[in-house]
Design a protein around this ligand. Structure first.
Ligand SMILES: Nc1ncnc2c1ncn2[C@@H]1O[C@H](COP(=O)(O)OP(=O)(O)O)[C@@H](O)[C@H]1O
Ligand SMILES: [Mg+2]
Length: 335
């Protein structure tokens, strides 16, 4: 993200507090966008090895030290914790209302922090509209279904529209100018650029008190750039790295990650809906929650896929000036 300014690092979090990192290595890490222990922990060993010329063993060691230090600082949970502690820690997971009561119900209360939620569906199924609505909702106070947090919006398809945010915010009675000012948008022009933007994510999250990171869409560039069978392995490897970098970010910063994904025809599917999400197993296995969206006339239908904790049922939502919304007869019933 093009914010050219001096990067100030909290002394406790400086990379040189990790044994084995001196001035020279610090310089190399900084050049690669790694300034803090949080960056080190989210980068992962392969990336650390790349920028420092260390071997993988040393990089793994440093990565582990960074994680351990974060545990000591209370920024990250320990590797082994009792289930009791885990339950307490999971109480820190908070939720963002989607703006539709039906969709919130399907999600068990809204979009979770500390998790990766994927919306996939055909063109026009409402993925981008959900993202735009979430941009407004996350900024609301907790009592109103938000987290009083900012947004990072990674736009890979060029479909982010501030005008639409304005419309949604106004329709919901929020101050549009204030809502717009807390959304940091990065237009990613290709997959390498998308990966570069993610490297800066930690700093943006801290600086703008971000609680929601959106990638709309996550897989499109990878699909467009890696064509043909011979490139599939490399594509999946790169996508895997991207997905895990973003998942680590969710964990380290306790933010919600929302990804959108397109569908492709699944010719081997004889029954049911002949479409499936792009990105294959890499995306499917990294997403914590996956929701499949489809069009039904003016309405939209969402279904939670492959979740052991959610019932497989369809809910209905619609698109209007409030972004996404509940169908009229239901929203009037609520009031
Ligand atoms: N202001 C609006 N009022 C009602 N519907 C809208 C509005 N803006 C966009 N839409 C609808 O949203 C749909 C596009 O949804 P979108 O989220 O962009 O799809 P995708 O899943 O491809 O990202 C279109 O059917 C469009 O009619
Ligand atoms: Mg879209």
């Amino acid at each position: 993200m093009a914010e050219e300014e001096e990067i100030e690092v909290d002394e406790d979090l400086d990379v040189t507090t990790i044994a084995g990192i001196g001035a020279v290595t610090k310089q190399k890490l900084n050049e690669a966008g790694i300034y803090t222990i949080l960056d080190l922990a989210t980068a992962g060993p392969a990336e650390i090895a790349d920028v420092t010329d260390w071997d993988v063993t040393k990089s793994v060691e440093v990565n582990n030290k960074a994680r351990k230090r974060l545990v000591e600082l209370g920024r990250l949970g320990a590797d082994f914790v009792s289930a009791t502690d885990l339950l307490i820690r999971r109480k820190n997971i908070t939720r963002i209302s989607t703006g539709s009561k039906n969709l919130d119900d399907l999600l068990g209360g809204g979009i979770e922090t500390w998790a990766l939620t994927e919306f996939y569906g055909e063109f026009g199924s409402g993925k981008t509209q959900i993202c735009h609505t979430l941009c407004c909702m996350v900024q609301q106070p907790i009592s109103e279904g938000g987290l009083d947090g900012g947004v990072v919006y990674i736009d890979t398809e060029g479909t982010f529209r501030p005008e639409r945010i304005s419309e949604i915010a106004t329709a919901r009675g929020y101050d549009a100018a204030s809502v717009l000012s807390r959304i940091m948008v990065a237009r990613a022009y290709n997959s390498a650029h998308q990966e570069l933007i993610v490297k800066d994510l930690g700093r943006m999250i801290e600086k703008h008190k971000v609680k929601l990171v959106i990638v709309d869409s996550a897989v499109a560039h990878y699909r467009a750039e890696f064509l043909g069978r011979g490139t599939l392995a490399e594509r999946q490897q790169r996508l895997n790295r991207f997905m895990h970098a973003i998942l680590r970010t969710a964990e380290v910063y306790n933010v919600a990650i929302v990804l959108t994904n397109q569908v492709q025809a699944a010719p081997d599917s004889f029954f049911g809906d002949p479409t499936r999400a792009t990105g294959g197993h890499v995306v499917a296995h990294t997403s914590t929650y996956r929701l499949y969206l489809r069009k039904a006339g003016k309405n939209r239908i969402a279904r939670m896929i492959d979740s052991p904790y959610h019932a497989e049922r369809d809910i209905v939502f619609m698109l209007d000036e409030r972004g996404i919304d509940d169908p009229a007869e239901e929203s009037s019933k609520r009031k």
